[in-house]
Design a protein around this ligand. Structure first.
Ligand code: GDP
Length: 441
């Protein structure tokens, strides 16, 4: 058979569409709901260990695989990392002992298909967390309850992570108070952390009704899938972590809006020289559909679709998909691009206005702009107004600077044209620090 890559882009027959009414198919299918979450928290809080343990308990991975990882880990003197490596299968990352990318993992409960967008805590890896949080319905914040662990986390990344995920639109957070085995399941310690965190969370604009606390041991698997059997933990009778996840309502899906898919990965497969994966942010699609890729403005056709890795005829907002595209040259599709409805394109622009929460002092300055997986250089060109944090009303025009923890309207000029539209959430960083985050106006 002729290799796919030998066919000229326009030679192949157009994929056939069955002309389905996707939204009514979706209604009829009454499938499981989809929910994605991000795992954040200070480095060493136990994020990877907890997720590895959860996947083991859910039988997504088997004990044999973990034993094999443990052996490897012990060989290089890092036995405790075996569970963490469940999420993190690449050798170069294991040898560093830290997770360095958003590793997607999936598991199912009775009603929901969950996607874990793992977010590591290392300072330099915040760009990955931004990408994860921009797709997440909720977050698990992992706190180290060990002596000194909570306190160093607060001084470290916990606060920045909370502000970032909130700025990226995550409103529900489950706080896993971890390593309680190290403090003999002290209820007092749990309450102390809970009280302090409640202040932080409300300062970061999380509402009480959207916050839960669960005392856990990620290493031993207490209160993740199974309730702790340790008598010292008997004071806790609330939901387990998995119950909290199941009780969380995903964000409303923009099913009837024009199609938007942020491309998180591009590869070449047997099925197609251009295979993209990403989450459908808005709208729906079916095989045979024509789509447009921005910013290249090139048309392509959906040859076939995978939803959660299974072949499908159609897909809707909120689902993670793999699309095999035809009639497009691979050079026109990149990570961070947006695949959209040809009749309703996301516009391209190199300037935008942002309603931004300042994390640091802002003034006309060079910045790195992050939107999902997209990263592009730019500059704060103007600061038209300071805004009231609550009402959004202008309180001062043309301020010289913006102080941390205040809100302002700022104008950012980019080095390149990118797909931009109102409602997108972006983060601005400078010198490796997050300086602002907000919503495109
Ligand atoms: P991450 O950087 O947040 O992903 O943290 P890791 O999952 O790599 O864990 C950091 C360290 O904490 C490792 O040595 C783990 O074995 C240890 N650890 C994680 N969870 C627990 C726990 O529940 N109890 C105890 N005692 N140690 C834990």
């Amino acid at each position: 058979a002729a290799a796919v890559s030998e066919l000229k882009v326009d030679d192949a027959p157009l994929p056939k569409s069955r002309g389905l009414d996707v939204l009514s198919e979706f209604e009829k299918s009454k499938g499981k709901k989809n929910a994605s979450f991000v795992v954040v928290g200070h480095v060493d809080a136990g994020k990877s260990t907890m997720m590895g343990r959860l996947l083991l308990d859910l039988k997504v991975v088997d004990q044999r695989a973990v034993d094999k990882l443990r052996k490897e880990a012990e060989n290089i003197g890092k036995g405790s990392f075996a569970l963490a490596w469940v999420l993190d299968q690449r050798p170069e990352e294991r040898s560093r002992g830290v997770t360095i990318d958003v590793a997607s993992n999936r598991f199912e409960t009775k009603n929901t298909v969950f996607t874990i967008l793992d977010a590591p805590g290392h300072r330099d890896f915040i760009p990955n967390m931004i990408a994860g949080a921009s797709q997440a319905d909720f977050a698990i914040l992992v706190i180290d309850a060990g002596i000194g662990g909570f306190e160093s986390g607060l001084k470290g990344q916990t606060r920045e992570h909370l502000l970032l995920i909130r700025s990226m639109g995550v409103s529900r957070v489950i706080v896993a108070v971890n390593k309680l085995d190290m403090v003999a399941w002290s209820q007092e310690r749990f309450n102390e952390i809970k009280n302090q965190m409640a202040g932080f969370l409300s300062a970061a604009n999380f509402q009480d009704k959207n916050i839960s606390f669960v005392p856990v041991s990620g290493l031993h698997g207490d209160n993740l899938l199974h309730r702790s059997t340790d008598p010292a933990a008997s004071w806790y009778t609330g939901p387990t972590l998995i119950e909290e996840l199941e009780n969380s309502e995903p964000n409303a899906r923009a099913l009837t809006n024009p199609l938007r898919i942020t491309v998180s990965d591009v590869s070449r497969t047997i099925q197609s020289p251009v295979t993209v994966s990403g989450r459908i942010d808005a709208g729906s699609l079916q095989t045979g559909d024509a789509v447009m890729v921005q910013p290249s403005g090139e048309k392509a056709y959906v040859k076939s679709v995978l939803v959660d890795e299974a072949p499908a005829e159609w897909a809707v907002a909120g689902q993670n998909v793999v699309l095999h595209l035809s009639h497009i040259d691979p050079m026109h599709v990149k990570v961070g691009d947006i695949i959209c409805d040809p009749a309703n394109l996301v516009p391209r622009a190199d300037t935008f206005t942002l309603k931004a929460l300042a994390f640091d002092i802002l003034m006309p300055m060079e910045v790195e702009v992050y939107r999902g997986r997209l990263q592009v250089g730019g500059r704060i060109e103007a600061i038209p107004a300071l805004l009231d944090k609550v009402t959004g009303q202008v309180i001062k025009k043309k301020p010289k600077i913006v102080k941390p923890a205040t809100v302002a309207r700022i104008v950012v000029k980019l080095e390149a044209q990118v797909p931009l539209e109102a409602g997108q959430r972006v983060v601005l960083r400078s010198g490796g620090q997050t300086v602002a985050a907000g919503l495109l106006e």
